[in-house]
Ligand binder design. Structure first.
Ligand code: KIV
Ligand code: ZN
Length: 529
């Protein structure tokens, strides 16, 4: 047994139920509400499987009334979950709750999470309901959810801008109606730690029955305090934290799971709690979520950013060489980060490549594996050194593009000072090969014009970003593209040693995501011609 495994075994023996923080992951629901971060069903299943394996207690799998896709995701995740409670979100209406109940009918451990706004501004302008009507809806919605399961969570949306006396009445009504978990969302990321701590403490003290339920935190990051606020809630007695991988979520996102869990583990002297999370799976989860949503992780992001364990300055490097505790408060291994290692070369076979992928947390289906292997061989021919990061970029690309209807087949670009720059592009569209030549203001513009000519669309390019996966002039480029159409945004990534090929892949992948979105409203429209 390794040292790490041994010490966590010791921790487990000392663990006391009252100090357990239940981790409620909402990457697949609130996280997916990040503009442009939609995931396919296959991607959601992959993420859910990993969350379940890493020890997440409750997975909020979606909002079943929101779309057929969300319904299917909740229903399919409910079937495959081994340990986690699977939760579906519902507004305080019978239709929503019945749909959530239906989506969860195969779950071993279902939970319905129902919510309604309680702040004056939300009740007046959003709901256009009187406080007494909202109060009645709290009772009826929880009672209806209880007809499907005895595991019901109730949330007071915009709780942190709600009058305290009124919040107490709502929470009391929810508990009386049968809710076992009471969530206090900081919906707009407005609160500060002291205030949030006080709200949770006040509810636990004042509400009759408050000692029979689990209070939960759900903090958004608009002022950058989501994690601090959540932990302040925990200190006041909350025992469930709602969070997301990489802090994904509406606007500035939600509290990041990895930060909550590692803060508790690292500062257990002042945060004497525990979670059931296997922290060595954190890096894998972060990379998977980033790959399927095409949301890059900020370089200096706590715990999972590329620089989180990098030491640049001479003084720091010197300290690290003498003793790693000089500048490291947790080990990279504790979050599953392995040293960037030189891996296989062009002589490596399928078996070694599959093992390497497994090691990095990727299990590709047969076709995706075959494609990834061919690309690995091509890469090994072009690039002197192949690092884990190269293989991750390649596998992430395969995961993200596995079901794409449009694929990049071939690209030739003429660039340089002469101008105009010209791109000749061949796409495979549903098995048809089509080629177009286009000019533009630079090679990227020429390329995007060629794509536009082959797949006419009205989407606006909102973001085009390039970064190198590893060091060196032969490094792979990873390109992110965000498109917007009719208020809907999608983000996609593409990787290749050639920046222009990576750009084509990213743009085409974003179009594929738009097609999926469009098909839900007007089937067959985009590729009809
Ligand atoms: O932020 C929020 O208030 C929510 C609720 C639906 C729980 O996401
Ligand atoms: Zn939220």
């Amino acid at each position: 047994m390794s040292d790490n495994a041994q010490s966590s075994e010791m921790d487990r023996r000392e663990r006391n139920d009252a100090d357990q923080i239940h981790i409620f992951d909402t990457t697949l629901r609130d996280g997916e509400q990040s503009p442009g971060a939609s995931m396919t069903l296959a991607e959601k299943l992959q993420v859910a499987e990993l969350l379940d394996e890493m020890g997440v207690d409750i997975i909020e799998a979606g909002f079943p009334i929101a779309s057929n896709g969300d319904f299917e995701a909740v229903s399919e995740i409910a079937k495959i979950a081994k340990n986690a409670v699977i939760c579906g979100l519902a507004r305080a209406s019978s239709k929503d709750i019945d749909r959530a109940g239906d989506a969860l009918r195969h779950a071993k451990r279902p939970r319905i999470h129902t919510f309604i706004s309680t702040s004056p501004v939300h009740m007046k302008y959003k709901l256009q309901m009187e406080p007494e009507e909202v109060l009645a809806a709290v009772t009826s919605s929880v009672q209806r959810a209880r007809q499907y399961t005895d595991n019901v969570e109730w949330s007071a949306e915009d709780a942190t801008r709600t009058d305290h006396d009124y919040l107490c009445r709502c929470v009391e009504a929810a508990i009386k109606a049968g809710a076992g978990t009471i969530n206090i969302p900081d919906t707009v990321g407005y609160t500060v730690p002291e205030e949030y701590n006080h709200v949770i403490e006040m509810l636990r003290e004042r509400v009759p029955g408050g000692d029979t339920v689990i209070f939960s935190t759900h903090c958004h990051n608009d002022l950058g305090m989501a994690v601090a606020n959540s932990l302040a809630g925990v200190k006041a007695g909350a025992r469930q934290v709602e969070c997301t991988i990489n802090g994904m979520g509406e606007r500035a996102g939600n509290a990041a799971l990895e930060e909550i869990v590692m803060a508790i583990n690292t500062r257990n002297d002042v945060l004497p709690y525990w979670t059931g999370i296997d922290t060595t799976m954190i890096t894998r989860a972060s990379k998977l979520v980033s790959a399927v949503t095409s949301f890059p992780v900020q370089y200096n992001k706590a715990i999972v950013g590329q620089n989180a364990f990098a030491h640049e300055s001479g003084i720091h490097q010197d300290g690290m060489l003498k003793h790693n505790e000089t500048y490291e408060i947790m080990t990279p291994e504790s979050v599953g980060l392995k040293e960037s290692s030189l891996v296989m070369g062009k002589h490596s076979g399928r078996h070694a490549f599959r093992e390497k992928l497994k090691d990095l947390g990727y299990e590709l289906g047969d076709n995706a594996f075959q494609d990834a292997f061919v690309r690995f061989k091509e890469l090994a021919d072009k690039k002197k050194k192949i690092f884990d990061e190269d293989i991750e970029a390649l596998a992430g690309d395969e995961v993200a593009h596995a079901n794409d209807r449009i694929q990049v087949e071939a690209l030739t670009v003429i660039a340089g000072t002469g101008g105009p720059q010209k791109a000749t592009l061949t796409l495979d569209i549903d098995g048809r090969h089509v080629t177009k030549e286009a000019t533009g203001n630079g090679p990227v513009d020429a390329l995007f014009n060629a794509i536009h000519a082959l797949v006419p669309h009205d989407a606006n390019l909102q973001l085009y970003q390039v970064h190198a996966v590893t060091e060196g002039t032969d490094a792979q480029a990873e390109v992110s593209v965000r498109l917007e159409e009719d208020g809907k945004t999608v983000t996609a990534r593409g990787a290749d040693v050639d920046t222009l090929v990576a750009s084509a892949k990213a743009y085409v992948s974003a179009l594929n995501k738009l097609i999926v979105k469009r098909e839900k409203t007007a089937p067959g429209e985009m590729l009809a011609s």
